[in-house]
Design a protein around this ligand. Structure first.
Ligand SMILES: NC(=O)c1ccc[n+]([C@@H]2O[C@H](COP(=O)([O-])OP(=O)(O)OC[C@H]3O[C@@H](n4cnc5c(N)ncnc54)[C@H](OP(=O)(O)O)[C@@H]3O)[C@@H](O)[C@H]2O)c1
Length: 305
């Protein structure tokens, strides 16, 4: 039996579905039975728990062949790092108490650094904490920048007619679709051929800058949609991004961590460590992501406006 945390989420639902279609038993963790229902319909056992609840997680992990472990985002908490530490503590304690032998975690590029990477510091600490557990074989998937992050640009295009954010326009990022991360995690969970404590870097199909991403989006939504032939990307100063994020409902603490991460990416402090290779690149083209996910999200916003 496999345990999947964040089972209704971006990567978790792919992991759970792949394991189920491979004929494996899956215990799917989420905070409500309702949201787990579609996985239950596909054969998963639902397990309702908060990931900060050590006792519940110990129960959930008991008997598991392997666990897929993530720390979900929480954009509204006033102390995101403390929230991450509570979840990492609970996951680590439960893996040890349940004597689980294999775990795959969702980590990030930049998790090699102990500080100054915003939310990624919590993933560095998760890696370190799980690496202390004797008898646990753990593989940390250090994923690149999610293509899904660019979905936020749909609203910015509607509001400002441009794409914008704190990242440098020319900064090449390893942009990866979360479906590809889920697929690799499932494959690793099925094989279970990693030993001791390991990391695996996951980059995208190719590195892309925000300027290149804007050009791909423009091609897909068409110049007419924005009333301009070109869709530009503009780097905005922190003083402009911070209030924009908090107005969208993000806590000030989280907004500041996002800006710290953007600065770490812009300076090159937070970066992929490996050159591109067949093992670390992944299949989904940004063009395909835009056609299948960005365009529907953009059109949905346009209809709602
Ligand atoms: N964004 C990036 O570029 C990037 C890059 C590398 C790594 N990462 C990391 O990727 C991770 C996010 O992965 P993801 O996108 O697969 O996750 P996700 O889709 O954002 O969330 C996964 C699920 O977790 C559940 N959840 C939320 N809070 C919970 C709690 N307190 N207890 C139990 N379940 C909870 C939610 O399901 P329910 O509502 O059903 O409970 C949610 O669907 C983060 O650690 C992030 O730092 C992100």
């Amino acid at each position: 039996m496999y345990v999947v945390t964040g089972a209704t989420g971006n990567t978790g639902h792919i992991v759970a579905k792949r394991l189920l279609t491979s004929g494996q038993k899956v215990r799917a963790i989420g905070r409500t039975a309702d949201r787990l229902q579609s996985l239950v319909a596909q054969g998963a056992e639902p397990f309702v728990a908060d990931l900060s609840d050590k006792q519940a997680l110990t129960k959930a992990f008991t008997g598991a062949r392997a666990v897929y472990a993530i720390i979900p985002p929480n954009l509204t908490t006033e102390d995101f790092r403390a929230y991450q530490d509570r979840i990492a503590d609970a996951i680590a304690a439960a893996l040890a108490a349940a004597k689980v032998q294999y775990a795959v975690t969702l980590s990030s590029i930049g998790a090699d650094k102990p500080d100054k990477t915003g939310p990624v510091v919590g993933l560095h600490n998760l890696e370190q904490q799980l690496n202390q557990i004797a008898g646990l074989n753990v593989l940390h998937l250090r994923a690149g920048y999610f293509m899904e992050n660019t979905l936020a640009q749909a609203g910015i295009i509607q509001a400002m007619g441009i794409t914008a954010g704190p990242l440098r326009p020319d900064l090449k990022l390893p942009m990866i679709a979360t479906r590809d991360i889920g697929a690799v995690a499932a494959e690793e969970l099925l094989k279970l051929d990693f030993q001791q404590k390991q990391t695996r870097e996951l980059q995208g199909q190719r590195d892309l800058s925000m300027t290149e991403a804007a050009a791909i989006i423009a091609k897909a939504i068409g110049g007419k949609a924005i009333g301009k032939p070109d869709l530009v990307y503009e780097q905005l100063p922190d003083e402009q991004v911070r209030p924009a994020l908090t107005q969208l409902g993000m806590s000030l603490n989280m907004a500041n961590l996002i800006l710290e991460m953007a600065a770490a990416l812009n300076s090159g402090y937070m970066t992929a460590l490996e050159p591109c290779s067949a093992r670390n690149t992944n299949p989904t083209y940004y063009e395909v992501f835009v056609a299948e996910e960005f365009v529907p999200a953009y059109q949905g916003k346009a209809r709602a406006a």
